[in-house]
Design a protein. Structure first.
Lengths: 311, 256
């Protein structure tokens, strides 16, 4: 399908899903144009946060896939999920009254710094991935140990909710930082699209075509990690989005970053908004972590993509 | 003649281990040079050093006017790699990427891309995704990308890979048309292609074992020693490059 058609369809889909997500909730159906407190103070910031988290993870995944030359890379690959989990669980255990997001973001950034150091810089994709898997496994093991040994059941419950992704009840000011980061990285990707296109062909090819590969890889790693850390800080570990949104975008409109980045961001935003709406209403009045729903929606979709690609 | 690239006592290798040393080679404008040798003799490593992708471990590589870094590089140097990651760009997009980051204004860029697509007989495949190309079509796309910016020097690693005999002959003809304007250094196992070059450097045992015209270098004795092959040379009555029939060398010949 041509890129403009895909973009138009996705924009329409995104608007329909946003309207449905605004209308649905444990407090019952509300028309999206009924501007009451429930809609403006509870549902609207949550829906917008879902869109920001989805788009952020999609863009972070897109950059990571280009950086590692691997369509199956996701934003959590370089130890980010292990670091974020360790940070969040440490925060929940030590300061239960505070939200775990900032500690999770710090943990993610710390883990990637460790991975970068073990891999001796961002230049060798294989070393980066191996170091990421090693550091991530160590941190995930440490997190599991704390959860098993911790005496409080409440810690286990809140940590589990966070580890599978939970958007909570955000206030408007909490959206500012992730939104600014999302727009900044999107602008960076737009400016660097030509270089990222060449980097997607491999480091040697990019260098032979005049790209300053060392600098671009540094920028790409920083952009992806910052975006992921911000998304994790406000939404926990929402899985699958950073893998399938850019993957599906590449399959539908090709590798050109100028096009596929927009498609990936729209797909990620739509997916998390839809998943969050389902998470809020499927088992109402109880709410399930949004990451469970993205996995339930994303898994079959990914299999369908693979099946379609195999044919 | 203008020397576009000169290697002086160059040593190259991988992971600090020297593969090839004391390489002295001057590439003049418009001439075609083949690097020939058995697997692992250092052809690709030498091409990478010529392309400025790897530091040399000894000696110096000099480019005419210095090798420009950044966007202008593609107008000096075009490279074809032996293996490249698969991509989902369409053919025209992939060729356009060869124009570099400061691509000329849109109209002339389009003209250059269409010329390169025509050069590689790809006009009818221009909108096809690279993921759907055959090996030969993909190779022609990469060749078109290497020369779309009209570089002064082309470094081609196994340019005839995946090409059927007709396409190989066509490529040879097209490279002939570049003779005099674009210098070409190519690494190849295809002795017929090497025989059609102006000069050949035969790499063996970590050094340039022989260099000179194809007639001087591609001799049965040299090829038996360096590549372990026996050749029978059949001259083209029409004056074209000679046909070379290649067979494994006998033990005695290899030792010689």
């Amino acid at each position: 399908m041509r890129a403009p058609c895909v973009i138009v369809l996705l924009v329409l889909g995104c608007m329909v899903v946003a309207a449905a997500a605004l209308s649905l909730g444990p407090a019952g159906w509300r028309a999206p144009w009924a501007l009451d407190d429930v809609l403006l103070e509870l549902r609207a910031p949550r829906v917008l946060l879902a869109a920001i988290v989805g788009a952020s993870l999609a863009l972070a995944g897109a950059v990571m896939q280009t950086l590692l030359h691997n369509d199956l890379a996701d934003p959590y690959l370089l130890g980010v999920s292990g670091g974020a989990s360790a940070g969040a669980v440490a925060s929940l255990a030590l300061w239960p009254a505070l939200p775990p997001g900032p500690a999770a973001a710090l943990g993610a950034a710390g883990a990637v710094t460790a991975v970068r150091s073990v891999a001796r810089g961002p230049h060798d994709p294989t070393r980066l991935v191996l170091a990421g898997v090693a550091v991530g496994s160590l941190l995930a093991g440490a997190t599991g140990l704390v959860l098993v040994l911790a005496p409080a059941d409440r810690l286990l419950r809140s940590a589990t909710y966070w580890l599978f992704g939970g958007l909570g009840t955000p206030h408007w000011p909490a959206l500012i930082l992730p939104l600014v980061l999302l727009l900044s990285v999107a602008a960076w990707m737009r400016v660097r699209a030509e270089r990222l296109d060449r980097l997607a062909l491999g480091q040697d090819v990019a260098a032979s075509l005049g790209v300053d590969v060392v600098r671009l890889r540094r920028e790409a790693l920083a952009a992806s990690v910052a975006l992921t850390a911000a998304a994790v800080a406000v939404g926990g570990l929402v899985g699958f989005v950073g893998l399938i949104a850019p993957h599906a975008a590449r399959r539908s409109v090709g590798d050109g970053h100028r096009r596929f980045v927009l498609v990936a961001a729209l797909a990620g935003a739509t997916l998390v908004m839809a998943a969050d709406a389902i998470a809020r209403v499927a088992f109402a009045p109880r709410e399930v972590p949004v990451g469970l729903v993205t996995a339930a929606l994303g898994g079959p979709f990914f299999l369908w993509q693979l099946e379609r690609g195999a044919r | 003649m203008t020397v576009v690239l000169e290697a002086v006592h160059v040593a190259v290798g991988r992971a600090e281990k020297i593969v090839l040393s004391d390489v002295n080679l001057a590439v003049e404008r418009g001439e075609r040079i083949a690097l020939v040798g058995a697997n692992g003799c250092g052809k690709t490593t030498l091409l990478r050093a010529f392309g400025g992708l790897d530091e040399v471990l000894g000696g110096t590589v000099r480019w005419q006017g210095g090798l420009p870094r950044g966007p202008a590089r593609v107008r000096t140097l075009g490279m074809l790699f032996q293996a490249e990651l698969p991509s989902r760009f369409d053919v025209r997009e992939l060729v356009t990427l060869g124009l570099g980051l400061d691509a000329p204004p849109a109209a002339s860029a389009r003209c250059q891309v269409e010329n390169a697509l025509g050069w590689a007989d790809l006009a009818h495949l221009a909108d096809r995704s690279c993921a759907l190309l055959s090996g030969g079509e993909a190779q022609r796309t990469l060749l078109a990308r290497a020369l779309v910016a009209n570089p002064k020097l082309l470094l081609l690693d196994e340019p005839t890979n995946h090409l059927d005999p007709r396409r190989q002959a066509v490529l040879l003809g097209r490279l002939d048309r570049l003779r005099g304007s674009v210098a070409v250094v190519l690494a190849t196992h295809d002795l017929a292609l090497a025989a059609a070059c102006d000069r050949v450097a035969l790499l063996h045992a970590g050094r340039v074992a022989a260099a000179g015209t194809p007639a001087d270098v591609l001799t049965p004795a040299n090829l038996a020693t360096a590549m372990g092959v026996r050749i029978r040379r059949l001259d083209d009555p029409d004056g074209g490059p000679p046909f070379l029939r290649v067979m494994p060398a006998r033990d005695g010949e290899r030792a010689a």
